[in-house]
Ligand binder design. Structure first.
Ligand code: ATP
Length: 366
């Protein structure tokens, strides 16, 4: 029995269908991240689960309960909003206590939970302050505390870190992950930030155009993207995508790119259909899997390409190499990048085991 399931969910705003028959099941204690570009329907799906909007058709289950028609307060959920939604006139303690008001708990139990959340989130010294007297990160912790005191089985987060600066975001990311590991609630977390998704999630649902493109662990969506959308969306710099045609000769599988370069595909482990002779495909190569230097026995290809741009970020360096009219991004060690100049020829090798192949027409992974 999953903790939360969406069954054939359709959501229309007027005539516009934003979600069209979406299915998704989330296990107990999973940290599910709904990840996708702006407008893909993440918040709509979260709001349907929270009861802040009504489904046009379909069913939402929490455990064994059909909650589709239930009021938000009867669904057993707690939500942390992007805007924090704290009461400006109440103190931190007042805001935490307000999270409990609908539960009508005995005073001692309410006090116990508030003390517990304050200690967990290091809010003890701030209990008498009002939100205006808190930093962004402290406000965020109060908003999380207000959700935690409810002891809800399912916690919902709607882009909770997007109003924080980069350093605080990293800190809060760790805190939320730690809280999840300690308390093990089921979490549904909306973001368009792939770093948040990759670092916090136990499962990711990648969404686009109101549909789930792939549902899997962070490793699965990164290492085996189900289609070209996921391949292009996850990873920074994005996966390199090269158009090619499959060639089968004498039992050997390879692909020829538009400029005549050959890629050895032998041993490629297809997850769906096997590529057929002359099939147009897209070859996907992650920037970090290239090695500098000439071919090895397990190489799919060795490419000698001119350097266009060298970008160094301190801990990292990205080479942009000219490949026909486009560029191929290659991640290398910064020390190595320091010795390279634009225009210089570099040989890079890509291993066969790290190839990703997609059907050029459907975009699906082969
Ligand atoms: P973002 O990351 O920008 O918040 P999102 O993935 O959460 O985007 P949603 O807010 O769920 O996207 O919106 C999905 C689509 O539904 C968008 O095209 C949006 O314009 C539309 N939409 C959302 N709410 C309404 C509404 N109340 N009325 C009409 N259209 C809406």
């Amino acid at each position: 029995m999953p903790s939360v399931s969406f069954e054939h969910i359709v959501k229309k705003f007027g005539e516009v269908k934003v979600l069209s028959g979406l299915n998704l099941a989330i296990d107990h204690s999973d940290f599910l991240v709904l990840l996708g570009p702006s407008g893909c329907g993440k918040t709509t799906l979260l709001n349907l689960l929270a009861g802040l909007a009504d489904v046009s058709s379909g069913r939402i289950m929490i455990g064994e309960r059909d909650v589709t028609e239930l009021d938000p307060k009867d669904r057993g959920l707690a939500m942390v909003f992007q805007s924090y939604a704290l009461y400006p006139t109440k103190t931190v303690e007042g805001n935490l206590r307000f999270g409990l008001s609908a539960l009508k708990l005995p005073r001692e139990e309410a006090d116990r939970r508030i003390k517990w959340a304050a200690s967990l989130l290091q809010l003890e010294a701030l209990m008498n302050r009002k939100p205006a007297q808190l930093s962004g990160g402290q406000r965020q912790r109060v908003a999380i505390g207000r959700a935690l005191v409810k002891h809800a089985d399912v916690l919902l987060f709607d882009e909770p870190l997007s109003n924080l600066d980069a350093k605080l975001r990293t800190e809060m990311r760790l805190e939320i992950k730690k809280l999840h590991e300690e308390l093990k609630p089921t979490v549904v977390y909306v973001t368009h930030d792939q770093i948040e998704a990759m670092t916090m999630a136990t499962k990711i649902a990648v969404m686009n155009g109101g549909a789930i493109q792939q549902f899997g662990t962070p490793d699965e969506v990164y290492e085996q993207p189900a289609n070209l959308f996921v391949a292009g969306f996850i990873g920074s710099p994005a996966m390199n995508l090269v158009e090619a045609r499959v060639v089968q000769d004498a039992g050997r599988l390879s692909a020829i790119a538009a400029d005549g370069r050959r890629f050895d595909l032998s041993g490629y482990d297809c997850c769906t259909q096997h590529p057929s002779h002359d099939q147009p495909i897209i070859i996907g190569m992650r920037p970090e899997h290239f090695v500098i230097g000439a071919s090895s026995s397990s190489a799919a290809c060795s490419l000698e390409l001119p350097v266009r741009i060298v970008e160094r970020t301190g801990s990292d360096a990205i080479l942009s190499l000219s490949f026909g009219s486009s560029l191929i991004a290659v991640r290398i060690e910064p020390d190595r990048a320091a010795r390279l100049k634009a225009g210089e020829l570099v040989t890079v090798t890509y291993p066969r085991t790290k190839l990703n192949l997609f059907d050029a027409q459907s975009g699906r992974r082969l």
